[in-house]
Design a protein around this ligand. Structure first.
Ligand code: ADP
Length: 489
């Protein structure tokens, strides 16, 4: 066991059910590997359907009490949770580096980002306003109140082991809901540590529970229960479709944050240096393993060669190595499957005429490391144009006109994030409005924060996380109509 934390209470390998740490009912455990070294980090409880039943029963009880607390009371507890996360940034970052692999500075950044959702939704807990509607009948009074959805479940991915949990649990708890989290099999330790901090912050038993285990098994059990009123999922489009189908029988509310195929468009009037810096951030963060990562870089013909040369010159200097090494900028990929997909995309692109400007091979830092790669002369005939690579590979496509850029950008089933660079004000409006995406970055490659609505359209899913809209996902509207006629008169 190779994780050294200064706060040892954060190293948890059991499930967190009804306020207690417990092994899975069946006693099963799963080895967890460090992707940088392949070493086994921990043997983590592998929950099954009986654990889900146990957790749901506890959540129902806990939520019945929690929903009656005032917004101010919820705010105090969520703020305390935020403060504890911030007090433990280093240890939580260590857990992320160990199980997920991203460089330490990025891991610490993720923890601060994760904490920001708790602080934001702590404040939103006091702002769950309703409406008073002017009536059509003068003898009536119409109002709308907002109430918690009930017991919710979250199925989360490995690429942001902390933020994808707080972005769901924060608004759920703030809205008066209970939340059962099924973290990725690859990153349960961060999830369990967050649960321990929630416990220390005063989140009552049963309100926030974490069940590590297999997605298929736990996903089925969670979907089958009528007591789970809402499911929030972040992960692949393929699994999102399965979960939507499985939720049909119980008509669950759904938030689905699925795959992307983000275009990053550089017009010839862009500030090239700014575009290059932003492309590095939007492409190579987390070794290219984020759903909003630039997947296709579209560059206007007249600046294509200059952009390609200057971009590749920066990319080839990005340091590859384990996230624990302070000099590393590109950590390992999460699994052999992920690395193989990156390799396949590069090989396929090359076989269709792409030219490797840098990278294009595994790195000898370890089994799962792949060198940051730039491919020029990419075309729509390549797999990389249509599939999410989820790795450190930037294919450069060429376009001539604004209309062609927009058509290329929208030529995908996905609609999560898009980026474009131009200094022309009128064009900025035209392009931002024409892009069929839930989020658009204009002259920036970094758009995520707690105050703005994150989410996609088309096959990238439904619902929004963060921002004041994030609370709506966990609240029902109730309309109340009162007849005010005095029948005693
Ligand atoms: P990725 O390909 O990025 O790992 P997935 O969509 O496969 O994304 O995984 C995201 C989360 O979904 C993980 O917590 C995983 O355990 C879970 N998962 C995978 N398959 C299923 C499934 N059939 N039903 C429910 N959850 C699943």
């Amino acid at each position: 066991m190779t994780v050294h934390l200064s706060n040892t209470s954060l190293f948890r390998k059991d499930a967190f059910i009804n306020g207690t740490w417990c092994p899975a009912a069946g006693g099963a455990r799963r080895p967890l590997h460090n992707p940088a070294t392949g070493a086994v980090v921990a043997e983590v409880a592998e929950c099954g359907a009986p654990d889900v039943d146990h957790a749901i029963a506890a959540a129902v009880t806990a939520q019945a009490e929690w929903r009656n607390r005032t917004g101010a009371q919820l705010q105090v507890i969520l703020t305390r949770w935020h403060d504890l996360v911030m007090d433990n940034v280093d240890d939580l970052a260590t857990l992320i580096v160990t199980e997920q692999g991203k460089p330490r500075a990025e891991a610490a950044g993720e923890i601060r980002y994760a904490a920001s959702f708790l602080l934001w939704f702590a404040a939103e807990a006091m702002r769950a306003y309703g409406d008073v509607i002017p009536p059509t009948n003068p003898a009536t009074r119409l109002s709308v109140i907002r109430q918690p959805v009930g017991v919710c479940a979250a199925i989360t991915p490995w690429n942001f082991p902390a933020a994808m949990i707080t972005r769901k649990a924060g608004p759920a708890l703030a809205a008066g809901c209970a939340m059962i989290v099924k973290p990725s099999e690859d990153t349960p330790l961060t999830a369990l540590a967050l649960a321990e901090l929630a416990r220390q912050a005063g989140v009552p038993a049963g309100l926030l529970q974490v069940l590590p285990g297999d997605g298929v098994t736990l996903g089925k059990a969670l979907c089958a229960s009528p007591d789970i009123r809402k499911l929030s999922f972040t992960g692949s489009t393929q699994v999102g479709r399965i979960l939507m189908a499985q939720s049909a029988a119980t008509l669950k509310r759904l938030s689905l944050e699925l795959g992307g195929n983000a275009p990053f468009i550089v017009f010839d009037d862009a500030h090239i240096e700014q575009a290059i810096k932003s492309a590095i951030a939007a492409k190579y963060r987390n070794a290219g393993q984020t759903c909003v990562c630039a997947n296709r870089i579209l560059v206007q013909d007249s600046i294509y060669d200059e952009f390609a040369t200057r971009f590749a010159r920066v990319v080839e200097k990005l340091q590859v190595g384990p996230g624990s090494d302070p000099d590393s900028v590109i950590g390992p990929l999460i699994s052999a499957k992920a690395r193989d997909k990156v390799e396949e995309h590069v090989n396929d692109a090359v076989s269709h005429g792409a030219i490797i400007m840098c990278g294009g091979a595994r790195d000898n830092a370890g089994e799962l490391f792949y060198r940051p790669t730039v491919l020029r002369d990419a075309t729509p005939a390549m797999r990389i144009a249509h599939e999410e690579t989820f790795g450190p590979v930037a294919p450069l496509f060429r376009f001539h006109t604004e209309a062609e850029a927009i058509a290329m950008a929208n030529d995908t089933e996905y609609g999560l994030a898009a980026y474009f660079f131009t200094r022309d004000h009128a064009r900025a409006h035209r392009v931002a409005e024409a892009l069929e995406y839930g989020m658009v970055g204009h002259n920036t490659g970094l758009i995520s924060n707690e105050v703005a609505p994150f989410g996609g359209i088309k096959q990238s899913g439904m619902g929004r996380e963060g921002s004041r809209y994030g609370m709506d996902e966990y609240m029902e509207m109730k309309y109340i109509c009162t007849d005010i006629t005095d029948h005693t008169a």
